[in-house]
Ligand binder design. Structure first.
Ligand code: WT7
Length: 630
């Protein structure tokens, strides 16, 4: 399974393309299956149908936990580092994790959760989050983790979309010097969620919360009553493992469905190779488990490899911007994986915050979530990697389940801003404006993937038509990623960014439509359009062009109201950095808002708008360009 030389990479790559079934079967054989599969892969790229290891039966938690008990029961599986450095870290061994997951599995069963039921998990980065996820997987319930920064209405929409039967939450959560009242957000959400029967509440902040009789139960009260033994439910390889929502370019979030066998095989394989993980290493991914990065590379990938994985509750700048480096030294972290937005934020701080620490345990450092700019890459490589650690710029998506394009440490060349080469079994292609594959090595186009890999999402929960239309119709026979990319003469890929209406702000994927919908709910607002513009730390920030029904006096107050509305409908991450009130939005003759023009204006390139004479209302552009407001 391990790629340790260039020849091995090349041979694996060749086999992954020429004999994918043999290639993936050999990897799948490393895991425990209660029943072997009948076929390795069946697919139809036109109908968006995929199955991997069909007929096989396994439980991912047996492979994540039970399988390691013989040799690693006293090894730490998860290190929980609390928000406050004054609070001691918790080390959960594989044996402890087994007991805790079994107990939680029994707790879920005791409140009537069965295989196939959906469970919403709305928790801060505390051990109960990891344990709840694994407990769902153990009994075959489908987890839907919802990032604890989402607002009550975003939470309600996600709970209802997949009809979750219960919500697992906490009284509150700590983040930096703030605390978030999660339980009251859940209470507000549940007014609109008739499907939810129970709320299980973990205690973290010990703040006073309201508990609704019969519906709300403290976790500790059920955990104290159930056994710590549980036999994992055998799952079909294609049984859903989880749903994870991601923003699309249209209104409703997409509940991406990942299944069991292929996801297990792929996340395990890529974790081991992309991070060159060796037994005994301590690995840290700073993401939140509310995102796919946390699912695949804090929990499943590392645990499948019997790794020690750190879960950090806090933020990079609390109590000071040296926190990450303090944690790296404290636990002698060997692999560190973070996002460009965090790197840029920390690079702005004095180097003394870094240089206080040795960081000499680090072997590999990684980046994910958005294109990493050259300056950030160099800072990271020099100051954190001390010019010796390979930087793995990993490209992937919620939909892909695992990393598809990334350097392999000490094997692939280091080219700043390049995600470099595809992993074995992955066939990226670039499409030109005519929808044809660019055959030359050097080129720039839209990034598609030509054949399926084991952890490709299987569908959008409840809406296979949307799945097919979003990813498989733009280029029939291919999976379309929504990203643009270029390929150099050596065949290395550089991802240039989204080509659709998704904007990545501080690594968070935000669709413009839901934000516009939120703004348009304001009674004084006629319509709005959101675009991204470059931001020093966030990568991209949001710029809103907003048309009013009638002019208002106090525009500052209205701007505040808009951001408040967005925070309550989606979450603070979707707040606008700039708002410009306009007397109209540039539109095509068919009435479509010309975002391209607004994007140029927001980026400060209003001089280069191209031909606007075919617009329905070219005069509006002049007005906006001048920065005029009502
Ligand atoms: C989008 C997917 C994958 C986990 C986190 C984000 C962008 C991701 C990179 C990278 C350039 C990247 C893409 C992609 N992206 N990694 N290394 N270089 N862009 O998951 O929220 O589903 O977002 O993130 O635009 O399409 P996600």
């Amino acid at each position: 399974m391990k790629i340790n030389t260039l020849e091995k990479y090349q041979a694996s790559y060749k086999q992954g393309i020429e004999e994918p079934e043999i290639f993936w079967q050999n990897i799948a054989n490393h895991f425990d299956w209660s029943q072997k599969w009948n076929s390795v892969c069946e697919y139809d790229m036109h109908e968006a149908q995929f199955s991997w290891f069909k007929g096989g039966k396994t439980n991912i938690t047996e492979n994540c936990i039970d399988r390691h008990l013989k040799t690693k029961s006293n090894q730490t599986a998860i290190i929980f580092e609390p928000n406050s450095p004054k609070e001691v870290a918790t080390h959960i061994t594989y044996k402890n994790l087994h007991q805790k997951v079994c107990k939680m599995a029994n707790a879920l069963l005791s409140v009537g959760i069965k295989k196939g039921d959906r469970v919403a998990i709305y928790l801060p980065m505390i051990p109960e989050l990891a344990i709840s996820v694994l407990a769902c997987a153990r009994i075959g319930a489908i987890h839907s983790v919802i990032f604890a920064g989402f607002s009550s209405s975003a939470l309600a929409a996600r709970i209802n979309d997949s009809e979750c039967k219960i919500v697992i939450t906490a009284d509150g959560g700590f983040r930096g010097n703030k605390s978030i009242d999660l339980k009251s957000i859940v209470d507000e959400a549940l007014i609109a969620c008739p499907c939810v029967q129970n709320v299980l509440v973990a205690e973290r902040t010990n703040t006073e919360i309201s508990m609704l009789a019969k519906r709300d139960i403290y976790l500790k009260d059920i955990l104290s009553k159930v056994s710590d033994k549980h036999k994992a439910e055998p799952m079909d390889s294609e049984d859903p493992l989880f749903i994870l929502y991601t923003s699309g370019s249209t209104g409703k979030p997409k509940g991406m469905v990942h299944t069991t066998g292929g996801y297990m095989v792929y996340t395990a394989y890529t974790f081991k190779n992309v991070f060159a993980y060796e037994p005994g290493d301590v690995y840290w991914c700073t993401a939140d488990i509310g995102w796919i990065t946390g699912h695949s590379y804090i929990l499943y990938g590392p645990l499948l490899n019997g790794a020690t994985s750190i879960m950090f509750e806090g933020i990079p700048t609390y109590p000071n911007p040296g926190r990450f480096w303090d944690i790296v030294d404290k636990f002698k972290v060997n692999q560190f994986y973070t996002a460009p937005t965090a790197i840029r934020a920390l690079a702005k701080e004095p180097l003394t915050y870094v240089n206080k620490y040795s960081l000499n345990s680090l072997k590999v450092i990684g980046s994910v979530g958005e294109p990493i700019n050259e300056e950030a890459w160099q800072w990271y490589h020099k100051n954190i990697g001390k010019e010796t650690c390979p930087v793995v710029d990993t490209w992937w998506q919620t939909e892909t389940g695992g990393i598809l394009i990334s350097p392999i440490p000490n094997i692939s060349p280091q080219i700043p801003t390049y995600a470099t080469t595809p992993l074995p079994g992955v066939q990226p292609v670039l499409m030109d404006d005519n929808g044809d594959e660019i055959k030359e090595l050097e080129g720039e186009g839209r990034l598609c993937i030509k054949s399926p890999w084991p952890s490709i999402a299987r569908t959008i929960w409840g809406d296979h038509k949307r799945y097919k239309e979003t990813y498989f119709t733009a280029y029939p026979g291919y999976y379309f990623t929504g990203d643009g990319a270029l390929r150099n003469r050596e065949g290395m890929y550089r991802i240039t960014g989204r080509v659709d209406d998704v904007i990545i702000v501080s690594g968070h994927n935000l669709g413009t439509a839901p934000i516009e919908d939120a703004i348009n709910e304001h009674p004084e607002i006629a319509e709005s359009a959101i675009v991204g513009f470059p931001h020093e730390i966030k990568g991209k920030a949001l710029y809103g062009f907003v048309t009013l029904k009638t002019p208002v006096e106090d525009t500052e107050k209205l701007k505040e109201a808009i951001n408040k509305l967005i925070s309550s409908k989606i979450g603070p991450i979707a707040k606008l950095d700039k708002i410009q009130f306009t007397n109209g939005l540039p539109k095509t003759r068919s009435g479509k808002i010309m975002r391209r023009i607004l994007r140029k204006i927001a980026e400060g390139n209003a001089g280069d708008l191209g031909d606007i004479s075919t617009l329905l209302n070219p005069e509006v552009v002049e007005h906006i360009k001048n920065g005029s407001e009502y």
